[in-house]
Design a protein around this ligand. Structure first.
Ligand SMILES: [Zn+2]
Length: 197
């Protein structure tokens, strides 16, 4: 299901929210208004006051997502997702398309927390549950990766993130939504993406 947090008490960091708003480009001021309407930062004299190093409720962020998608249309979510890797924090060990796809799930957990603790601990490599996943499965003998996304973020947004990540390593890489599989837009729990290059 899109836009509905899996658990209460999950927070997202300010840097990730910033990456989202920055990715809205020409619609940025609209994004800032929706963020403040959801309680993420506040507007003062036309400026969005917001803590880049702070943490914000995931559900409030998802509410702003949903409102923006309703007002501007789904297409903007792809563009925002595509811009996320430029401004959000990702692990340093990415060297190729495979590690780029694997890193999405790690970055996702690094940038969310529960009870004050990040859901990925870089020191010991521990990953905690509560927000779902971005999958990675290599298809043997082919330049093909199957990524199953089961998380509260919208379908087209995730396709944007995955596309931007893999195109850093091969500009011709393509990410196709597998329409033969369930889709979160229709209330399913996961979407399936095919990465080829
Ligand atoms: Zn989908």
């Amino acid at each position: 299901m899109q836009f509905k947090a899996f658990e209460e008490g999950i927070e997202v960091n300010g840097q990730t929210v910033y990456a989202f708003v920055h990715g809205m480009g020409a619609f940025r001021s609209l994004g800032e208004q929706y963020m403040s309407a959801s309680g993420i930062g506040r507007m003062k004299n036309g400026a969005w006051l917001f803590d880049y190093d702070g943490w914000y409720p995931q559900q409030a962020w998802l509410d702003a997502f949903a409102a923006i998608a309703r007002e501007v249309g789904d297409g903007i979510l792809y563009k925002i997702g595509y811009a996320i890797p430029c401004n959000a924090e990702f692990p340093p060990w990415i060297t190729d398309i495979h590690s780029a796809v694997k890193a999405i799930n790690i970055a996702y957990h690094m940038n969310h927390r529960k009870n004050g603790g990040r859901l990925y601990n870089a020191q010991n490599g521990t990953l905690h549950e509560g927000i779902g996943h971005y999958g990675y499965e290599r298809v043997p003998g082919k330049d093909l990766i199957v990524s199953v996304s089961g998380n509260p973020y919208p379908c087209v947004f995730d396709r944007g993130i995955i596309t931007a990540m893999v195109q850093q390593y091969d500009i011709k890489a393509m990410v196709i939504h597998d329409d033969s599989k369930p889709c979160r837009r229709n209330g399913a729990e996961t979407c399936t993406y095919l990465v080829s290059w």
